[in-house]
Ligand binder design. Structure first.
Ligand SMILES: *Cc1c(COP(=O)(O)O)cnc(C)c1O
Length: 411
């Protein structure tokens, strides 16, 4: 029996009912501009501050000194999503007084493009960037980090968990190393928040990006956590909202939806993520029975819902389209899907050969998925992989023909 199974929760998640209900009044009855002085404006501003407090508590940010102040967001700055938060953190910090004239940034080769391309843009302005290598499971090389740190290092930006392979980084250790030379530590925690415990104070995080739609909030709204005392240049100039860092009339409903979804995700995390992890383990076990299949990422320190694989003698785009026909939605880091010839920078960084990296599949589960979904996915993947291989020029007599494969991909 055909099912429809959404297994691409790292791309985005369905809005939770709680978040939707929390948002509704702010889209309808209380549509006032939070800067307006009449009742529906004041109500919006109060609700926004309440949302900030909720977010701050979920991250264990320090309590704001004066919550009643007009623009007193404490340490929580709302943005238009995760990419904006990353841009504000990196661009804003390097151009601000906090960088103290230091010109060096350290990041990793497996960051999201919101981080990588911001760093590349800064290189063109004369900043220097070190892109750290990762090992075969996607873990940042801490020795290389130690060696790269200098008195010129202003910022270390390393993601908490990777969006393609799910590998979790040793954030505490990285933050401590950054601080040892007086650098500030930023983490893109867009995949981590709501899926693993985050405590900005205990982990030593100075700047942290998150995005609502990765934990069942609405798309188009995120947060940059800014530790007190860390100065940033604005991302958007204008009316002075969000401490002047991101001007523009606030997305009241979105921010409230973010806070509601975050509270729901964080409060129920142990139970929900335990369940999701069990589903993912079952999925990995089933898919790994397919011959010539490799697991990618760190099998232990990984996000509970992420399962990623490469299949030899398979093209990822074909896999995704055939799986869609079976009702299964997943994603690939393969070439054509990203519009370039090279497979994903993450799969290259973990050292996969081109001809194998082309056959990648990422399945990311959420609390909405069931065991029946998982069993159905396993069956569908096995069927589609066998079918694609039977049509593949690099598959012969039940096994991959590696010479043909590497010739095919020698661009
Ligand atoms: C999704 C994602 C982003 C971008 O967030 P948006 O809200 O889509 O802008 C950044 N970093 C990581 C790790 C992500 O997974």
């Amino acid at each position: 029996m055909k099912r429809i199974v959404y297994a691409d929760n790292a791309a985005t998640t369905p809005l939770s009912e709680t978040a939707f209900e929390a948002m509704k009044p702010w889209l309808t009855e209380f549509y006032g501009n939070p800067s307006s002085l009449y009742r529906i404006g004041r109500a919006a501003k109060e609700a926004l501050n309440e949302a900030r407090m909720t977010v701050g508590r979920c991250l264990n940010a320090a309590e704001p000194v004066n919550v009643r102040n007009d623009y007193a967001p404490g340490e929580i700055v709302f943005t238009g999503g995760g990419s904006q938060a990353d841009n504000l953190a990196i661009h804003g910090f390097m151009h601000g007084p906090g960088a103290k004239g230091r010109k060096h940034i350290i990041t990793s080769k497996i960051e999201h493009h919101a981080v990588l391309y911001t760093c590349e843009a800064l290189e063109k302005e004369g900043f220097t960037v070190t892109y750290l290598d990762v090992d075969g499971q996607g873990r940042v090389d801490l020795t290389q980090l130690k060696n790269a740190l200098s008195e010129d290092t202003a910022l270390v930006t390393i993601m908490a968990a990777n969006n393609e392979i799910g590998t979790i980084q040793p954030i505490r250790e990285i933050a401590a190393l950054a601080h040892s030379v007086g650098a500030v530590f930023h983490t893109d925690a867009v995949q981590a928040v709501g899926h693993m415990p985050i405590d900005v104070q205990a982990m030593g995080i100075d700047l942290l990006s998150l995005s609502a739609h990765k934990f069942r909030g609405p798309r188009g709204v995120g947060v940059l956590y800014v530790k007190k005392g860390v100065a940033l240049e604005p991302l958007v100039y204008g009316g002075g909202q969000e401490r002047g860092l991101v001007s523009g009339t606030e997305n009241t409903a979105g921010c409230i939806g973010l806070a509601a979804a975050m509270k729901e995700a964080v409060e129920g995390m142990d139970e929900k993520m335990g369940y999701v992890k069990r589903l993912t383990d079952r999925l990995v076990e089933g898919v790994m029975k397919i011959p010539y299949t490799h697991y990618t990422g760190d099998p232990v320190n990984r996000l509970p819902g992420t399962a990623s694989f490469v299949f030899e003698a398979i093209e990822g785009e074909g896999l995704i389209l055939f799986l869609d026909n079976e009702g299964v939605m997943g994603s690939t880091g393969s070439a054509c899907s990203t519009g370039s010839l090279d497979p994903s920078h993450v799969l290259m960084a973990i050292g996969l050969p081109h001809e194998i990296a082309h056959g990648s599949l990422r399945l990311t589960l959420g609390e909405q998925n069931t065991e029946e979904d998982v069993d159905y996915i396993i069956e569908a993947v096995a069927k589609v992989v066998a079918r694609l291989r039977s049509m593949s020029p690099v598959w012969e007599n039940g096994k991959p023909n590696l010479t043909a494969a590497s010739n095919l991909h020698s661009h």
